[in-house]
Design a protein around this ligand. Structure first.
Ligand code: ADP
Ligand code: ASP
Ligand code: MG
Length: 423
């Protein structure tokens, strides 16, 4: 007997027919004698629809009320899956975020899970009941509904797995594993048998949305075994224990797989893109100590994450332009905050541009090999793609480019690093 958390994403839950397919997969796992907790997303497109309602109601919406609205999508699917499982003769019930509860910090729309009261959940599993838990939602200390940021059901699943000490957390989605890049953009992307936590963390943080970044960080910290696999499988498909998904593994396990010839060591593990950032340029900022702090302190205080930052070379009059990126969803708030402080910061204009994309190449091989960045710049320049900003970490290089060139850039780099599958 194993204890398994099964998470199903939006495409897998989109409509009663698909929910029935999910229910069958869950029933098969439970029929093996395993204890099963299921975490579900809202139906595909539903969260976007709810976010739009919030924007229409009030462009500078209160994140606490936004959470009340957007958390509702998962309430619907968790109830529907419990109903469908019951129709198949399984004992199942839903547990909403506030009922368990899943305690989170108060940062609405981007809350972090602090703890989950797992006793009732474990008791229910031990009584042979399938627990269906809406992903994405939690409860703040002051008793208000919170959500974990877009894609947050992955994190709910890993948090539940850690809390109930599950043997595995299976993330069922609409692709059958983690690929060298988004297989919807590059047809020649290759599926990986295994990816290390560190690489997956970096890939997720730069836009490979197959797993939410926080879910990978949490899995790494809590040592949760995570597998990514497809929910679009036929009736007679093998159980998840034997399915060829992608396993997220420790460095030691990866060394083992390489030694056994099951994985190849690659310089670049994957390429990711992110179209959800926006560029902000503040012109003619005073070129003196404290000026940049005046810009970024209010953004940090408002929990707005700034990513790439460039401070241009100062002009003659002791002024400089400062360029940076923020999530598009925070752009309106960032702009309003900076406008409010125009005099204190002392800038001239705010120019914003949402039509940018960040392309990143990730691989632990970069720690020990030079030349990965220069190959990237060369490959992009040969296709006439202009780089507007660059940032790096130990195992990643990112560039900011025009959004229209995203797909081309990803394809070019995938080929340049020798990642294309041989057909
Ligand atoms: P879910 O609704 O199941 O949570 P998501 O849409 O959040 O699914 O994530 C799955 C999607 O992630 C895939 O459909 C794919 O387009 C995208 N994706 C991006 N990068 C990768 C990658 N490297 N490997 C696999 N899928 C990726
Ligand atoms: N429904 C939420 C979203 O679309 C959470 C999730 O699906 O993971 O972001
Ligand atoms: Mg997702």
């Amino acid at each position: 007997m194993a204890r398994i958390v099964m998470k199903f994403g939006g495409t897998s839950m989109a409509g009663t027919e698909r929910i029935r397919r999910v229910a069958n997969i869950v029933r098969a796992q439970a029929a093996k004698g395993d204890q099963v907790a299921v975490v579900v997303s809202a139906m595909a497109g539903e969260t976007d629809r709810l976010v739009n309602f919030c924007r229409e109601a009030n462009p500078l919406y209160d994140p606490a009320e936004y959470d009340v609205v957007v958390a509702s999508g998962e309430q619907v699917t968790s109830g529907l899956l419990a109903l469908t499982l019951q129709a198949l003769g399984c004992k199942a019930r839903s547990w909403l975020g506030w009922q368990l509860p899943i305690h989170t910090i108060e940062a609405h729309a981007k809350a972090r899970v602090e703890s989950i009261d797992s006793n009732v959940l474990i008791a229910s599993l031990e009584a042979g009941e399938i627990a269906v838990i809406p992903g994405f939602q939690g409860l703040s200390e002051d008793n208000r509904v919170t959500t974990l940021g877009r894609g947050g059901s992955d994190t709910s699943a890993v948090a539940v797995a850690a809390a109930i000490k599950a043997d595995r957390c299976d993330i069922y989605t609409d692709v059958d594993g983690v690929y060298t890049t988004d297989p919807r953009i590059v047809a020649k992307a290759r599926k990986q048998k295994a990816v290390t936590y560190e690489e997956m963390l970096e890939l997720a943080s730069v836009g490979a949305k197959v797993l939410q970044t926080r879910s990978v960080g949490l899995a790494m910290k809590e040592k949760v075994r995570v597998q990514v696999l497809s929910s679009f499988i036929g009736e007679g498909a093998p159980p998840a224990d034997d399915l060829p998904g992608t396993m997220i593994v420790s460095d030691e396990e990866m060394d083992d797989l390489v030694e056994k010839g099951l994985m190849e060591r690659q310089l670049v593990t994957g390429i990711a893109h992110d179209k959800n950032e926006a560029k902000v340029i503040l012109t003619r900022v005073p070129d003196r100590p404290g000026a940049v702090a005046n810009i970024f302190e209010p953004l940090a205080a408002a929990s707005i994450n700034v990513d790439m930052i460039i401070q241009n070379v100062g002009r003659d009059k002791g002024e400089t332009d400062v360029t940076f990126t923020v999530p598009q969803s925070d752009l309106a708030r960032a702009q309003a905050l900076l406008e409010d402080r125009r005099d204190a910061i002392g800038f001239n204009r705010i120019i914003t541009d949402s039509k940018i994309a960040k392309i990143s190449v990730v691989g632990v091989g970069m720690k020990s090999h030079a030349g990965v960045a220069s190959s990237m710049f060369r490959a992009l320049s040969e296709r006439g793609i202009n780089i507007q900003a660059i940032s790096t970490s130990e195992i990643k290089i990112s560039v900011m480019i025009d959004e229209d060139e995203t797909e081309l850039a990803v394809r070019v780099l995938h080929t340049a690093y020798g990642l294309d599958a041989v057909s």
